[in-house]
Design a protein around this ligand. Structure first.
Ligand SMILES: [Zn+2]
Ligand SMILES: [Zn+2]
Length: 435
């Protein structure tokens, strides 16, 4: 042991604990309260629903029911079980062979299971009944079992517990820097944070996650339901973007967006587009509004979703549009995105130069009679600049081009009008000036 040399020893200790121990040996009850996992998990109760194969064979599969409740360092053979009176149950670990459907066809898989046959038959086991499991000793893997027939389930209490657990898991995910939280950390933390961890248990967390539209479990971590790993992208390819259904009246409604360049936010356009119109229509009007080429380069849309309450966002891809108005996002309709005023989209023109725009929905209004959509309805007040060639000749004309070649050569901005550009800068590489 030696004294810490860190500038802020406490902060570095905290982050060390968070990174190396969260979920393994420690549970963060909140940002400031830490408990050793064995203490946090003692008395936690969870529900194990019995499937038909389990009820018929008198067994309980080790996975996935005991995932994160039976810590990985303990072999199933070492786990111990007590009945509701605290009497030890004699439980053997057995192997159950099941035929399952995989994408390679039917396969025979061996599952490890706890053989509770004698005790389960005493309870009059039937499928859909549950075991209510209390963690008596996390470190040694000791569990107390109570049997609950399906008809005795208290549905209201289960629903309330499920909501609380789902919200805790979602909040935990929202607080994470990356867009996932490993089950090893998430499950003990969420259960320990329940207002009554030892109370009547709701559904198993797998069921809770499955039923919640915000999150999903990918086999090792909780992530956002719309998150797709690179492998999933590879296997599934382009997947249609989930869209909400909307009425014809909603389809006619007008979505008023403020579109601005990310790095020149003073340059903006107000754009109105109807709910029934598509991202291809949006792409087209954005190209017009910001004077991007309409015959070259891709455009792409993302949805920006705020995480928690701060200024952190995550992005969900909505699809791309090629210059012919085709692409994975082409058919996506604005109203189908379920946007509310204040919501943000990101639009990128040209995946090479990556010109990024922020599209903020200002309001949703009724269409104007005879109005043509989409349309540009307002823009920033332009600060015009003038052609230097004309100025030298005593005329004032608006500069519409910057000659890149002359600018580079002279190390200053060479701004000219269309006429002077074609006369004096023929064959020079030039960019249009956007006001
Ligand atoms: Zn000129
Ligand atoms: Zn030039």
């Amino acid at each position: 042991i030696w004294p810490s040399k860190a500038k802020n020893a406490l902060a570095s200790m905290r982050s060390y604990l968070r990174l190396n121990h969260a979920g393994r040996t420690l549970v963060f009850l909140d940002a400031k309260t830490v408990l050793p996992t064995p203490l946090a998990m003692r008395g936690v109760r969870f529900r194990l629903p019995l499937s038909r194969p389990e009820a018929e064979r008198g067994v309980v599969f080790v996975q996935p029911g005991f995932a994160y409740f039976l810590r990985r360092e303990i072999a199933p053979e070492e786990a111990q079980f007590l009945d509701s009176q605290g009497r030890p149950l004699l439980v053997e670990v057995t192997t159950v062979r099941e035929e399952i459907e995989t994408f390679l066809g039917p396969q025979t898989v061996d599952f490890q299971a706890f053989d509770l046959g004698h005790w389960l038959r005493e309870q009059g086991v039937r499928p859909d009944d549950s075991l209510l499991v209390t963690i008596e000793d996390w470190e040694r893997g000791v569990f107390r079992l109570e049997y609950e027939p399906a008809q005795e389930q208290r549905q209201d209490e289960i629903a309330r517990q499920d909501r609380e657990l789902a919200d805790l898991l979602f909040e935990l995910l929202e607080s994470k820097r990356y867009e996932r939280v490993f089950g090893m950390e998430a499950i003990p933390t969420a259960y320990a944070r329940l207002s009554d961890p030892g109370g009547y248990p709701g559904n198993h967390w797998l069921q809770v996650v499955y039923d919640d539209a915000r999150i999903r479990y990918d086999g090792s971590a909780i992530c956002y339901s719309d998150f797709r790993s690179p492998l999933e992208r590879m296997l599934e390819g382009d997947r249609p973007i989930p869209q909400q259904s909307f009425s014809p009246a909603q389809g006619r409604q007008v979505y008023r967006f403020k579109a601005a360049l990310k790095y020149r936010s003073g340059l903006w356009r107000q754009i109105e587009i109807q709910g029934k119109q598509t991202l291809a229509d949006f792409d087209r009007i954005l190209r017009d509004a910001f004077e991007h080429d309409t015959y070259d380069h891709m455009g792409g849309f993302w949805r920006r979703i705020r995480r928690g309450k701060g200024r952190r966002f995550r992005e969900v891809e909505l699809g791309d549009i090629n210059p012919w108005g085709e692409g994975s996002g082409a058919e996506v309709q604005i109203a189908g995105l379920g946007l509310q005023p204040g919501d943000e989209l990101k639009y990128v023109y040209d995946f090479g130069d990556w010109i990024e725009h922020r599209l903020t929905l200002e309001e949703i209004v009724e269409p104007e009679a005879g109005g043509q959509y989409p349309r540009i309805t307002a823009q920033n007040k332009p600060r015009y600049r003038y052609c230097e060639t004309c100025k030298a000749e005593g005329r004032q004309s608006r500069a519409t081009w910057i000659c890149i070649e002359c600018s580079n050569e002279q190390q200053r901005q060479v701004l000219v009008c269309e006429e002077c550009l074609s006369r004096d800068h023929e064959d020079h590489f030039a960019d249009k000036i956007l006001y």
